[in-house]
Design a protein around this ligand. Structure first.
Ligand SMILES: [Zn+2]
Ligand SMILES: [Zn+2]
Length: 129
């Protein structure tokens, strides 16, 4: 009996690629053997799709974990921040595509943001790409 036994389950042409190979495939770094297998085996291909979706969720969560709240980005756009805070935010924006996108959206809609200014402690939601 082997722990890997269930891994082959449903695989249309066993042996199924190992977990590491599937994760590499989800990253777009599959080797040729794995790629060839994925083309003939919808079951393993579905596993890769699932892994990829999980990774994307995880990545988004990691990004947002270290991200400043939208309120702060609004203040940033309006030039209301202390120089130190602004500098820290500049640094963050340089490395965070999510917040950079949010700021460019905010700047684009600045008149709207200013109109909302009085009530801006209410959460402003900006759809992410
Ligand atoms: Zn397979
Ligand atoms: Zn961010």
């Amino acid at each position: 009996m082997s722990i890997d036994e269930s891994w082959d389950e449903g695989c249309t042409s066993p042996p199924a690629p190992g977990g590491a190979a599937l994760i590499a495939a989800a990253d777009g770094e599959a080797d040729e053997t794995t790629l060839a297998h994925l083309q003939v085996c919808p079951v393993c291909a579905a596993r890769v799709m699932h892994l990829r979706a999980l990774q994307r969720q995880l990545l988004r969560r990691l990004y947002r974990l270290h991200c400043p709240p939208t309120d702060l980005l609004v203040d940033y756009c309006q030039g209301l921040l202390e120089p130190q805070v602004r500098a820290a935010l500049d640094h963050h924006l340089a490395s965070c595509p999510h917040c950079a996108a949010e700021v460019s959206l905010l700047e684009h809609g600045l008149p709207l943001v200013q109109a909302l200014g009085q009530g801006r402690r209410g959460r402003l939601t900006v759809p992410l790409p």
